[in-house]
Design a protein around this ligand. Structure first.
Ligand code: A2P
Length: 316
């Protein structure tokens, strides 16, 4: 499989398995099946609430000799309630305990948003911490501590816009190597791609299929469907592949990593095969015409009345 090369020549498989929304009781089986059929990159996060089950699955796979630790690329993310510098290594140690691993390949700051310590999901204004209280550069210093302590090989961010990246780069000793953001034909973010390319920051596309299994509270009344889109469907018919495969290949053609989520064995296999599909310039142009500035994960859950965070701060 194609890889993204990091500065030290570590190679991240361009297609990984997403695990957000993979339910307890299902995620372990899905990870085992994925690795059995050839996935080598698993995208995790503490807030997904399923890292312990993933860890148990990995332990079984290693014990059975299906795969070795060094053949896998494992990513996880720092949750918003552990942004103070000393909390960062502590949070990563918790994730490593859950995953039963000695190190991660990549650790990301999940959002440029901070909560008070102990708050799982801030709902009231006083449960948030403003970035004045815990600046992103302080969180980033904690991420660098994780590298120095060899708890992770690489560090990066998620849901960061160029302003947020600039802020941490001013004092960074290790520059971020990855920004994981929502990317698909309805939200192509060309300026962010250009910015990250210039700065040698890789991108990973999350919600590449439109994340249709999000809880209803995270959905808008009328959402466009990527998987049911006519242009995506027409390209899929022409290529004798599925709409999901077209969407996954779209991300790879743009030079970004991509992490479709599935817990279904047939779709896990289908998604992995997308790495081998070819899309022509014309196909890419047709998909490019679908740009709509539409976010499935718009961050509005961080902006209740009185929150120090706004949509303008996140994306504007
Ligand atoms: P399932 O887990 O039952 O396969 P995203 O990666 O954008 O978050 O999207 C995940 C959603 O897309 C899940 O509901 C997942 O369901 C579904 N899905 C995953 N792969 C495919 C596919 N190839 N075709 C259609 N739906 C898919």
């Amino acid at each position: 499989m194609q890889t993204l090369a990091f500065a030290n020549n570590d190679q991240m498989p361009i297609l990984g398995l997403g695990t957000w929304k993979s339910a307890p009781g299902e995620v372990g089986t899905a990870v085992k099946e994925a690795i059995r059929i050839g996935y080598r990159h698993i995208d995790c996060a503490a807030i997904y609430g399923n890292e312990a089950e993933i860890g148990a699955a990995l332990k079984d796979l290693f014990a059975a000799g299906v795969v070795r630790r060094e053949e896998l690329w494992i990513t996880s993310k720092l949750w918003n309630n552990a942004h103070a510098q000393p909390q960062v290594t502590e949070a990563l140690r918790g994730t490593l305990d859950d995953l039963q691993l000695e190190y991660l390949d990549l650790f990301l700051v999940h959002w440029p948003v901070a909560f008070r310590s102990g708050v799982v999901f801030a709902a009231k204004p006083d449960e948030f911490l403003s970035l004045g209280k815990v600046p992103l550069r302080e969180t980033w210093a904690g991420m660098e501590d994780c590298v120095h302590e060899r708890l992770t090989r690489h560090i990066g961010v998620s849901n960061f816009k160029p302003d947020h990246l600039e802020e941490i780069c001013q004092t960074a000793e290790i520059t971020p190597e990855m920004n994981q953001v929502e990317l698909h034909p309805f939200l192509q973010q060309p300026e962010l791609l250009e910015y990250c390319r210039k700065k040698n920051i890789h991108l990973t596309a999350y919600s590449p299929l439109g994340s249709g299994d999000r809880p209803d509270v995270l959905k808008k009344a009328e959402e466009p469907s990527l998987l049911k889109n006519d242009i995506v469907g027409a390209i899929a018919r022409r290529k004798s592949c599925s709409p999901g495969q077209v969407l996954i290949r779209f991300a790879i053609e743009r030079g970004t990593a991509v992490i479709p989520k599935s817990t279904n064995p047939a779709r896990l296999a289908e998604n992995l095969k997308a790495a081998d599909i070819q899309l022509s310039k014309e196909d890419m142009a047709e998909l490019g015409s679908l740009e709509a500035g539409f976010r499935y994960v718009d961050g509005s859950f961080f902006t209740p009345v009185g929150s120090p965070y706004t949509l303008e701060f996140l994306w504007g």
